[in-house]
Design a binder for this molecule. Structure first.
Ligand SMILES: [Ca+2]
Length: 173
């Protein structure tokens, strides 16, 4: 008997049973799960934010070092400053932002080296940048999120094992 074109096509589709299709869907779902676990997007985002934090604090540290060396700023005693953090202070780079300093007459200040103060990528709770200065030295702190960065925080030469500390005196904060 001759099989018509329509019948042939129907046979082709009938080649995949519902069970076979379900098995394929299940395999794809398992593979997708394995890939998500292997990549761990949440951990990746934490690492990205930490990289930004290290970059930000490095930039502020470098700008402050240059400004101090060039006599563009003088440090003040921050003491119990309540807006010396990126969470409560502004991004102003004139000494009124979360990084405090004074600009000697005729000088440009930190603005010569940094357009604005950075903010922590989350800038919430303990994820903020903190500044402190005393006796001509300063310190900037941030808490890193990624578990992989915990050793960085405990071996930075500072006095807080759970905080990344950078500056010219790491015992101010
Ligand atoms: Ca530390």
């Amino acid at each position: 008997m001759k099989i018509g074109r329509k019948q042939k096509r129907q046979r082709g589709f009938a080649g995949f049973t519902l069970v076979e299709l379900l098995v394929v869907v299940a395999i794809v779902a398992v593979l997708a799960g394995v890939i998500v676990v292997a990549i761990n997007p949440a951990a990746l985002l934490q690492k990205n934010r930490d990289a930004m934090r290290l970059d930000d604090l490095d930039n502020v540290h470098r700008a402050l070092s240059l400004a101090l060396a060039d006599g563009e700023v003088t440090l003040v005693e921050t003491g119990t400053c309540n807006n010396c953090t990126s969470g409560s202070g502004t991004q102003a780079v004139d000494g009124t932002g979360w990084v405090k300093f004074e600009v000697p007459t005729g000088k440009t200040g930190l603005a010569k080296y940094l357009p604005e103060l950075p903010l922590d990528p989350l800038n919430l709770g303990s994820n903020i940048y903190t500044f402190g200065s005393a006796a001509g030295a300063y310190e900037i702190n941030v808490v890193l999120e990624s578990a992989d960065n915990a050793p960085k925080m405990s071996t930075d030469g500072g006095n807080a094992a759970g905080v990344w500390e950078i500056g010219t005196s790491l015992t101010i904060l």
